[in-house]
Design a protein around this ligand. Structure first.
Ligand SMILES: Nc1ncnc2c1ncn2[C@@H]1O[C@H](COP(=O)(O)OP(=O)(O)OP(=O)(O)O)[C@@H](O)[C@H]1O
Ligand SMILES: [Mg+2]
Length: 269
């Protein structure tokens, strides 16, 4: 229920694309770290049974007693599921393979699409004074991704700069429209961000042109380059912003954070 004494909630962004390996997790981690670096308080919710965001932010497998699975089922307190990462201002709800059974288990639950929505709106979340919640979705348009879209204010779509990149986008857009028509009329598309861009590669340039032609202003000006430091960082369990602060990848994610914040200020004006 609306409570005028309650502070405005954090902005919730689902990072989604049903295509595998396009940079969802990398973008969640590093955009999160870049926002946190600017003093924003960020919670990453790992909504993928692969648990890559958790690993990438240094939450080891045996330190995941309480996970997103417990969060959505409401059988653990927020203080149990939310962990501090090694980066200041960056918190995480980790995930593991437990989450892979959620789809089946929830089939008969009437509120199955709203579980994450409700979990992220419980009063206890106010104590974390969050500015952003970033949800790292699995590579699928399953019930978990639907939960993310129902919970979110907007969807951020990483698009890998390679052949067939735009294929599948129409399916994703259709799903967003369906969620809008049913459960979450205010769901917006935050934007599409080109990832793993190689400026020397004609194909990357072509994908960028196609994306800008077809999607116009939805495409972020910031482009994330292919950068080996970005791909090395997770094996050191840290965002690239900590692993190699001056790398091209770190700088690009800082730029993306700035563009996101600016956009939001514009929307609020
Ligand atoms: N800018 C980049 N430069 C170099 N490598 C990158 C970059 N972005 C992502 N990668 C690498 O590409 C692979 C896929 O990235 P990532 O895991 O973020 O994709 P994903 O969409 O989350 O995948 P999945 O669909 O399996 O969840 C990873 O090995 C990652 O390290
Ligand atoms: Mg991932």
């Amino acid at each position: 229920m609306f409570d005028p004494t309650r502070p405005p909630g954090p902005k919730i962004i689902a990072v989604a694309n049903q295509k595998g390996g396009v940079g969802k997790t990398t973008t969640t981690i590093n955009l999160g770290a870049a926002l946190a670096e600017q003093g924003q308080r960020v919670l990453v919710v790992d909504l993928d049974p692969q648990g890559n965001a958790s690993t990438g932010l240094g939450i080891e497998a045996d330190n995941r007693e309480f996970t997103t699975y417990d969060l959505i089922l409401g059988d653990a307190a927020l203080s149990d599921v939310i962990q501090q990462s090694d980066t200041d201002n960056l918190l995480i709800v980790p995930a593991n393979v437990d989450l892979s059974s959620a789809d089946m288990e929830l089939i008969s639950n009437e509120k199955r699409s709203f579980l994450l929505h409700d979990a992220l709106r419980q009063h206890a979340i106010d104590t974390y004074r969050l500015d952003y919640i970033l949800i790292d979705c699995p590579p699928s348009l399953n019930l978990l991704t639907i939960n993310a879209m129902v919970a979110a204010d907007s969807v951020l779509v990483p698009l890998q700069s390679e052949f067939f990149a735009l294929e599948g986008l129409s399916q994703l857009m259709l799903t967003i429209r369906e969620v809008r028509q049913t459960a979450n009329p205010n769901l917006r598309i935050e934007g599409v961000v080109l990832t793993m861009y190689d400026g020397r590669n004609r194909l990357s340039q072509q994908v960028e042109m196609d994306a800008r032609d077809n999607l116009g202003e939805l495409v972020f000006e910031t482009i994330i380059p292919r950068n080996v430091r970005v791909s090395e960082a997770p094996s050191y369990a840290m965002p690239v912003l900590s692993y190699d602060s001056e790398s091209k990848g770190a700088q690009a994610y800082r730029e993306l954070a700035n563009e996101l914040i600016k956009k939001q200020t514009r929307a609020a004006a």
